[in-house]
Write a new protein. Structure first.
Lengths: 318, 227
């Protein structure tokens, strides 16, 4: 068996389809300019449409056009909002595939780094069991909410973004970047479950969040260990982690900004070993990107143009 | 009858407590002396740890390339319990005069067994779940269970009791792993073709395992142990 695999080699059963990771990567680098955002999403339109056809995301695309992810990502989960259930399921499915890729990332660390210290292997082995349970938990929660595995396309950009061939960068990406994002998302899900009175979801996600804090702590400790006595290596690792954090902020959707859909879970991250300086830096990195007002306006334009084009096509066809 | 609570310096100053052998309550028929001395036991523990560590690592490598979700999640638990087994074996090594730094020591008994382990790990693509699981759950784990049980019968039951306790716990879990693996393989091999693939893979690896002499490099079987 070879060391290191590409994200395209992640094995899936017949329920899954892939979403091109380019979309997620583009969202993280958009400027605060309505016209640019609209142009980018119009270019990606056919690819986005092909990716959602036949999935449960198709009605969202039909309603909102190629910019539907802008609306989904940038609006906080609100049980009273239109299409609230679809958006909740979309996020829950995203968490499910995120856990799947986190399991695969931790498990590959056991094979990809055979000479790593034994304690590292023990931590990664424990994380495998935890992530495997998380996968089971989120499949149950998906069904609990009326959804199912494979109902939305899977973007493998989480695995792609954080699975470096350097062990320090691997743990910085998986355990600090990806698991840190999980802390933010799960704290938000607990708030949502609290609001809707969903005790099943609230308790399960709270247990998962406790595990994730441990995984982030693994990352904090192993980045230090792998880069000990090598300031240049530490710098490269920190640069890599910053890049991962920027990508995982989805253009400010996960940030400390007042208009963020997913706020940074400061208390949870502090408990997991992030320092105040790192949180300050994360706050700055994640806040870069188009404002909510820009994205809302762009999403509105994209929706109107999509409907105009579709109506014109229908008229021409009839 | 003496009423003394503690012995004194003379014959008359004994306590009144009844004498028992260390093996009387409850009755214990264990005898001293086993097949392995300290050095041989330490080598065997390093051999066992080698198999456990590599098995854990290869299953970790496979999770991403196995398409069946329940297999991914099931392997997650097996990986953790296999890592715990390797860890417990490592902790035993300093107790067997291998030095404080021996916690992570693993040793293949010979290159043939190391080659066998690499062959078990070889299947890579998503269409080879049967070959992956058969190597571990039809061949390698049942072999380890057999050897661990032989070790526990043949080692000094009193002197080497700490190793026995570790292996007993491992065997209990490995039986659960085998049962899980068999159920999964039975479900995946539901026609003649897939059943043949499973048998062929198990036969191929069993042959290599036998040639290598197994995890200790010395072909040990239940039959030999009964002689």
């Amino acid at each position: 068996m070879k060391r290191f695999i590409d994200h395209e080699e992640l094995a899936r059963d017949s329920r899954f389809i892939r979403q091109d990771a380019a979309q997620a990567n583009v969202i993280s680098s958009l400027p605060d300019d309505v016209e640019t955002v609209v142009n980018v999403f119009e270019q990606f339109g056919p690819m986005i449409e092909a990716g959602v056809r036949g999935t449960s995301a198709e009605p969202l695309f039909e309603e909102l056009g190629p910019g539907f992810m802008l609306t989904v990502l940038n609006e906080p989960l609100d049980p009273e909002a239109p299409a609230a259930l679809s958006r909740l399921l979309l996020r829950m499915h995203g968490i499910f595939v995120g856990e799947l890729q986190a399991l695969e990332g931790a498990a590959r660390s056991l094979w990809d780094f055979p000479d790593a210290p034994w304690e590292f292997k023990m931590n990664m082995a424990r994380q495998c069991w935890d992530e495997a349970r998380h996968l089971q938990i989120f499949e149950k929660l998906l069904v609990h909410l009326g959804g199912h595995v494979g109902m939305y396309p899977e973007s493998t950009f989480l695995f792609e973004a954080c699975c470096s061939e350097d062990p320090a960068m691997r743990v910085a990406g998986v355990n600090r970047g990806l698991e840190g994002l999980a802390c933010d998302v799960f704290r938000d899900m607990i708030r949502f479950a609290d609001k809707t009175g969903d005790e099943v979801m609230k308790q399960a996600v709270d247990f998962v969040l406790a595990d994730e804090i441990t995984h982030v702590r693994f990352g904090s400790e192993w980045v230090k260990e792998f880069t000990k006595g090598d300031p240049e290596h530490l710098k490269r690792t920190q640069d890599f982690r910053r890049e991962v954090d920027k990508r995982f902020s989805f253009g400010g959707a996960r940030s400390d900004r007042e208009d963020a859909a997913i706020p940074i879970a400061r208390e949870d991250r502090l408990e997991a070993g992030f320092t105040e300086d790192e949180l300050q830096e994360l706050s700055e990195i994640s806040g870069i990107g188009p404002s909510k007002a820009t994205l809302t306006e762009a999403a509105q334009i994209l929706r109107d143009r999509y409907h105009e084009t579709r109506d014109a096509q229908k008229e021409e066809a009839s | 009858m003496s009423e003394r609570m503690y012995p004194g310096l003379t014959q008359e100053e004994r306590t009144g407590f009844a004498p028992y052998s260390a093996f009387d309550i409850p009755a214990d028929l264990r005898e001293l002396h086993g097949r392995y001395d300290v050095e041989a036991t330490a080598l065997r523990v390093r051999n066992f740890r080698y198999a456990e560590e590599w098995m854990m690592m290869m299953m970790g490598g496979w999770i991403a390339t196995i398409p069946e979700i329940p297999v991914k999640t099931g392997l997650g638990k097996v990986i953790w319990e296999t890592a715990q087994a390797a860890d417990e074996l490592g902790k035993r090594l300093p107790e067997l005069r291998c030095g404080r730094k021996s916690l992570e020591a693993s040793e293949a008994p010979n290159t043939a067994f190391a080659d066998f382990v690499q062959e078990v790990s070889n299947p890579e693509t998503p269409d080879l779940t049967i070959e992956k699981l058969s190597g571990v759950f039809d061949v390698l784990i049942p072999h380890l269970v057999e050897i661990y049980e032989i070790h526990n019968r043949e080692t000094d039951a009193i002197c080497d009791a700490p190793t026995i306790a570790i292996l007993e716990d491992m065997v209990r879990r490995k039986h659960q792993h085998i049962q899980w693996g068999q159920e999964v393989l039975d479900a995946l091999c539901d026609d003649a073709e897939t059943q043949k693939r499973r048998r062929d893979r198990a036969d191929q690896l069993s042959g290599l395992l036998k040639e290598s002499g197994g995890v200790t490099g010395v072909l040990e079987t239940v039959q030999a142990s009964l002689n």
